[in-house]
Design a protein around this ligand. Sequence first.
Ligand code: GNR
Ligand code: NI
Length: 176
Amino acid sequence: MTIKPLIILPDPVLRQVSKPLERVDDATRKFADDMLDTMYDAPGIGLAAIQIGEPLRMLVIDLAKEGEDKAPHVFINPQIVASGDDISVYEEGCLSIPDYYAEVERPETVTVTYLDRDGKAQEMVADGLMATCLQHEIDHLNGVLFIDHISKLKRDMVVRKFKKLAREKAPQRLVG
Ligand code: GNR
Ligand code: NI
């Protein structure tokens, strides 16, 4: 059980493009479990490795509601291989942009190929919240945040607010 600290906007680490995993081994599975522990603790419904500082193409999702059995999913080297033509709108949030929510338009349906936690090739046709969450997480693997899908005016406001918060939280010992 390891809960790792979350990387928060405007940390430039969030803009890194993550690298594919070359193999799926015990260390990979241990890291996936750490990602799930961190996601459940937050709590969130998804987490990309870069959000805990590891630039690897790996993400976890669990859409189970409170009181339901856990439904952890691990996606390694995921790729969107098809998107439907219908668009859906969801109010999104991000553990790396705490307490900010905005509506984002994305394809309603996506087909994703990936390796599971056993290294086995899988394909998932997802819609609804799973499709939204997969696209949000795969964006993270490419250094893209959900605020990149909203208006520049709104995005600039959010980034300014988080830059100010980061300044206020920075070590004060150098301040006169
Ligand atoms: O916990 C999360 N909720 C959420 C809600 C709507 C759309 C996407 C998400 S993902 C987010 C967790 C997160 O930041 N994953 O990167
Ligand atoms: Ni996110």
